[in-house]
Design a protein around this ligand. Structure first.
Ligand code: ARG
Length: 310
């Protein structure tokens, strides 16, 4: 018998799972949703321009399909298992699975979208995770209190090495979401204020690598946020140039020593290579027009901190 889905349950039991005990690293399990109905039909961030999209809609939709397929193929070639969330007509941003939840130790904290244009995605997220729960892929579903906006892993980046969740607030998610994250997952959080509307989710300007390095775009944060990042990350901090930030290259996914990015400037490539990473560029220009790139299109389902409860 699986545990009943619970809403806002208290802190986790700290029971480690077998894989954690054995020290094995299971293949990353990544949630993606195909861009069957992806388009830019409304504007909820400065990247989005429906009139510009309409000028070339057919071509851009085709590029979205091929870019998404290339991203999925790249993840699979790197050993990840991709889980698919079906697309839904009329919900173009459902493709950005990073926003629908954050999943840690088999617990799913569902999103509560600030933007009404995306609120219709919530019911589909809940349905999907209900199915994954019945299949035993996740254990419990949780949701933020009604007055707390929280846009999932876009604003909540799990840092296994440091044992914290980095959070973003000030554009989409509320500062209060950190309390929900701490309570549901039993993990400390560090919330950074986002000061530029172009970098409206933490994942647009902050990329955590597997060795604990952080690639970030300093102007997207307040001085206090930058100071916090510097204090915690120290010499493992890497600055992304403006060129990468403005192509959403920071919105990248690191799987072991491999970094999957939609854009990588030469200085960033050299800096990553010098630290032992392999850079894989998958062009995702159509998604950039919605303010998204590789990380936004991906949600990791098997993050482990305490381990899954027995
Ligand atoms: N158009 C979407 C929005 O504004 C893009 C979301 C990108 N996702 C992300 N995790 N940054 O909400």
């Amino acid at each position: 018998m699986k545990a009943q889905a619970t809403i806002n349950s208290g802190a986790a039991s700290a029971q480690p799972d077998i894989a954690a005990v054995a020290g094995a690293t299971p293949a990353p399990q990544l949630l993606m949703s195909p861009p069957d109905f992806f388009e830019v039909s409304y504007a909820i961030n400065p990247w989005m321009d429906p009139a510009q999209w309409a000028l070339d809609a057919k071509q851009l939709a085709q590029e979205a399909r091929s870019g998404w397929a290339a991203l999925k193929a790249k993840y699979e070639a790197l050993g990840a298992q991709v889980v698919i969330q079906p697309a839904v007509r009329g919900l173009p941003d459902l493709v950005f699975t990073a926003n629908c939840a954050v999943v840690l130790d088999g617990k799913v904290l569902l999103a509560r979208y600030l933007k009404p244009e995306r609120a219709g995605e919530e019911v589909h997220g809940r349905r999907l995770f209900e199915q994954l729960r019945l299949r035993g892929e996740v254990d419990s579903l949780h949701q933020p209190p009604p007055d707390v906006f929280f846009e999932g892993a876009g604003d909540a980046i799990f840092d296994a090495g440091r044992g914290i969740v980095w959070m973003g607030h000030g554009q989409r998610s509320c500062l209060k979401a950190r309390e929900t994250v701490a309570q549901v997952f039993g993990i400390p959080t560090l919330s950074l204020e986002l000061s530029d509307p172009r970098f409206y989710h933490l994942d647009t300007c902050f990329c955590l690598l597997s060795g604990g390095e952080v690639l970030y775009y300093p102007p997207a944060f307040t001085e206090a946020g930058r100071a916090q990042i510097r204090a915690v990350v120290g010499e493992r901090l890497m600055e992304a140039p403006r060129d990468d930030a403005l192509h959403l290259g920071v919105n990248s996914v690191c799987l072991g020593r491999d970094v999957v990015m939609c854009h990588c400037s030469e200085p960033t490539r050299q800096a990553l290579t010098a630290r032992g990473y392999r850079v894989h560029v998958v062009p995702l220009g159509s998604f950039n027009r919605s303010g998204g790139a590789a990380y936004c299109l991906t949600l990791k389902l098997n993050n482990r901190y305490h381990g899954r409860a027995a």
